[in-house]
Write a protein of this length. Structure first.
Length: 114
């Protein structure tokens, strides 16, 4: 029987376990360097500090922390097993209308000819 490493155990109202591959049970790791279908999001007190430590632990930075239109500061990285993590913290509370206004403005600013 193969030996597998459990590299995260998180308890948040339920249990989420992450591990390396278990091919004998049909569980595969994300394909290195390919898009993933799952992003694990952690809401923390200071995302800048968490994201700054991630590369020291073997992660690859995907997006440095930055303020988002929806009132959160967040960034993302891929861990050494290629799982994608998004880490953020709240910077302001917005009404749904303000969030929509900012989203629309963002899309308009990014569209061709804008």
């Amino acid at each position: 029987m193969a030996i597998h490493e459990l590299f995260a155990y998180i308890h948040v109202s339920t249990t989420l376990m992450l591990s390396d591959e278990f091919p004998e049970y049909g569980t595969a790791a994300p394909a290195q360097g390919k898009p993933v279908s799952v992003t694990l999001h952690l809401h923390v007190d200071d995302c800048d500090a968490v994201i700054a430590r991630a590369p020291q632990a073997g992660a690859t930075l995907e997006m440095a922390a930055q303020d988002q239109f929806y009132g959160e500061r967040s960034g993302s990285f891929r861990d050494s097993f290629d799982h994608r993590w998004s880490v953020g913290h709240s910077i302001e509370t917005l009404t749904p209308e303000e969030m929509q206004r900012r989203y629309t403005a963002l899309l308009e600013s990014e569209s061709p000819g804008a």
